[in-house]
Design a protein around this ligand. Structure first.
Ligand code: GLP
Length: 249
C-alpha cells in the first residue's frame, strides 16, 4: 500500500481527481469502480470541473458502483443511482448505458447479484476502484464479518452504518435495512484501488487499517493483500500516526 498525506479535504479531492482523470486520459476505455458517501463528493466536483475545461472525455468509460440500497428506486434522492447521476454522470459525457449500479428494486435480488458480477466480468474487470471506508472498517457495504471470499451479494446493514448514513434521510426509519454490495472478492479483483480517507472521525479506521491485523472483523484490512492500493488521507485522518513506522512498502 502506498499512502499519500495531504493537508485537508480540498487537497485530497484535487489529488484524487487528477489521479483519476490522468488514468482516464491514458486509457479512454477504462472501467472505473465508483463509490458514494460524503468522502468522494468533492472528487466528483473536481472531475466535473476538469471535464468542463475540456480536459477529459468519458465517452468510452464504463463504470460500476459498489453498492445500492434495497427498496429504493433510482428516482429516490437517497438511492446511490440518484447520487451518481446527480453528482457526477449528469455533468459529464459518459454514456448512461455504460454506468452500472446494482438494482435495489430487482424482484430477484440473488439473480441481480449474479448478473452484476457477470457484467463486471463481461467488461473485462475494474481497472481502478475508488473506495471510501466506514468507521467500522466497511468497504462498499461489506460490514464486519463479511467473508473475504464474497462476491456481489445482499447484506443487512449494521445499526452503526444506518446511523452514520441517516444524515441523508429525513428519519432514521427511512434508512434501508438492506443493501446490495460488491463483495470483498469483487473489490479485490480490481486491478488498482484508490482509497480516500478524510477527517478526524476516520482516524481510528485508518489506524486500524495500517496497524491492525488482517481480519474479516475489519473488512478493509484485506486491502493489505492487494498488489496496488493507493491511499490518499488528510492530516486530520492521519493525526498522530507515525506513517514511516506503519507503512511497510
Ligand atoms: C457508506 C458507503 C461506502 C462509503 C462509506 C463511508 O455506507 N456504502 O461505500 O465508503 O459508507 O461513507 P462516507 O464517505 O460518507 O464517510
Amino acid at each position: 500500500m502506498k499512502l499519500i498525506e495531504v493537508k485537508n479535504y480540498e487537497h485530497m479531492c484535487e489529488l484524487a481527481a487528477s489521479y483519476i482523470s490522468d488514468k482516464v486520459r491514458a486509457n479512454p476505455n477504462i472501467t472505473l469502480g465508483l463509490a458514494t458517501g460524503g468522502t468522494p463528493l468533492g472528487t466528483y466536483k473536481k472531475l466535473i470541473e476538469d471535464y468542463k475545461h475540456g480536459k477529459t472525455s468519458y465517452k468510452q468509460v464504463v463504470s460500476f458502483n459498489l453498492d445500492e440500497y434495497i427498496g429504493l428506486t433510482g428516482q429516490s434522492p437517497n438511492s446511490y443511482r440518484y447520487y451518481m447521476n446527480d453528482n457526477f454522470f449528469d455533468h459529464i459525457d459518459i454514456d448512461q448505458d455504460n454506468t452500472f449500479v446494482p438494482n435495489g428494486i430487482a424482484t430477484d435480488l440473488d439473480q441481480e447479484c449474479k448478473n452484476y458480477e457477470e457484467q463486471i466480468r463481461a467488461k473485462g474487470e475494474i481497472d481502478l476502484q475508488l473506495l471510501g471506508i466506514g468507521s467500522n472498517g466497511h468497504i462498499g457495504f461489506n460490514e464486519p464479518g463479511a467473508s473475504f471470499e464474497s462476491y456481489t451479494h445482499v447484506v443487512e446493514l449494521t445499526e452503526s452504518t444506518r446511523e452514520a448514513n441517516s444524515i441523508y434521510f429525513e428519519r432514521m426509519e427511512d434508512v434501508p435495512k438492506k443493501a446490495i454490495t460488491m463483495g470483498i472478492a469483487s473489490i479485490m479483483k480490481s486491478k488498482e484501488i484508490l482509497l480516500l480517507v478524510s477527517g478526524e472521525h476516520k482516524h481510528d479506521s485508518l489506524a486500524k487499517l495500517l496497524t491492525g491485523d488482517l481480519t474479516e472483523q475489519f473488512p478493509a484490512s484485506i486491502l493489505k493483500q492487494h498488489p496496488s492500493v493507493t491511499i490518499i488521507a488528510d492530516a486530520a485522518a492521519i493525526g498522530n500516526l507515525n506513517i514511516k513506522e506503519v507503512m511497510y512498502d
